[in-house]
Design a protein around this ligand. Structure first.
Ligand code: KG4
Ligand code: ZN
Length: 339
């Protein structure tokens, strides 16, 4: 089963050709980072326009790289939700047009399900059930994956996402967009205990017990306050040490909650852009080893947004019969448990 995957939920226009959900024949990603850099974040209107410009060349390139034509494609999988609505619409309408013109099944894919599926691309033996930490620019979830299209949300952020706070704190330090990536590089080899940050602890409203949910806004505010107060006093901030300390706080928080959520011996899987973070990868590796939990990491090139992960998940959605008609529409928000 050869699937053409299309992804346009945020600031990458991507297309990929994947066979049977596991074998990547081609993966093309056109990033818009340069266009959004001077604004310090993604400008939705610019993103939509650039998706319109890139979608045909990117799909054409993916087919050429895979050495196939549209006649070799068995289905079109496309990110349907969640994301920037104007950006999603470009991929969805392109996929609809292609599906109608070629008589191919149209398979909508939830973006976060795609991030989880990025692990299938480089770990051929991975199969549900497992526990996934999904950490991206827009989401921070711990999800139990009970089947290829079945999920149980164990924890989620009650405010900001992990990637979002890294981006915002990095921006306040004067690092370029996207800040999380630059913070990671700047932090390498620096002192991670030079600056102190609180560890937010939430309580479950029903049970009164410690919650597995995340809250990143307090961590962000603590960092921004330290930066602002140093500026007011004309004091210097050691940027590499600050990056290392903040990265350590975010990674320790993500790791601690994921390990608390895991059952004995359960396989732990990382997914989403933040999982490219060097410290998160090393901390998770050490912690899971100590706890006797098998750990699976996505290859770094499949951590950020790409279409290979959408085609991979598309294969399992198609197997489950999740095929859409031409009345299908993109949605800005959707729970990972919704189809
Ligand atoms: O999954 P993704 O590409 O897009 C969303 O679905 O949001 O994630 C993007 C996020 C951004 O916040 C970016 O700063 C962060 O992932 N990110 C990183 C690293 N690489 C990307 N954060 C920390 N360390 C990294 N190495
Ligand atoms: Zn993403």
């Amino acid at each position: 089963m050869t699937i053409l995957g299309i992804e346009s939920s945020c600031d990458e226009t991507a297309a990929a050709v994947v066979v049977d959900g596991r074998t990547v024949r081609a993966s093309v990603v056109a990033t818009q980072i340069e266009a959004h850099k001077r604004f310090g974040g993604v400008v939705p209107e610019i993103a939509s326009r650039m998706h319109c410009e890139s979608i045909v060349p990117v799909v054409t390139q993916a087919l050429a790289d895979a050495n196939v034509t549209l006649a070799d494609i068995d289905a079109v999988a496309v990110t349907g939700a969640p994301g920037l609505i104007g950006a999603l619409l470009v991929g969805v309408n392109f996929a609809k047009g292609l599906s109608m013109a070629m008589g191919l099944p149209l398979v909508p894919v939830h973006h976060l399900r795609g991030h989880v599926a990025s692990n299938f691309l480089t770990n051929p033996d991975l199969a549900p059930p497992f526990l996934a930490l999904i950490a991206s620019g827009g989401h921070s979830h711990i999800v139990r994956v009970t089947g290829y299209t079945q999920y149980e949300i164990i924890a989620q952020t009650r405010d900001d996402a992990a990637g979002e706070v890294m981006d915002k704190v990095a921006r306040a330090l004067g690092l370029p967009y996207p800040g999380g990536v630059h913070m990671d590089v700047t932090a390498q080899g620096s002192n991670a205990s030079a600056y102190k940050f609180p560890r937010p602890r939430l309580v479950d409203a029903d049970t009164g017990k410690p919650s597995l949910d995340f809250s990143f806004s307090g961590l962000k505010t603590a960092a921004l306050n330290q930066i602002n107060s140093a500026k007011q006093k004309n004091a210097d901030i050691n940027i590499p040490d600050f990056c290392a300390s903040f990265r350590e706080a975010v990674c320790a928080y993500l790791t601690e909650h994921t390990l608390r959520a895991a059952h004995a011996g359960e396989t732990v899987v990382l997914a989403g852009g933040v999982c490219a973070n060097e410290r998160l990868r090393s901390m998770m590796t050490d912690s899971c080893q100590r706890a006797g939990l098998p750990l699976v990491l996505p290859e770094k090139r499949y951590c950020g947004d790409n279409a290979a992960m959408i085609a991979a998940q598309g294969y399992y959605e198609w197997q489950a019969g999740h095929v859409a008609g031409l009345d299908f529409n993109a949605r800005a928000g959707a729970d990972i448990c919704e189809q």
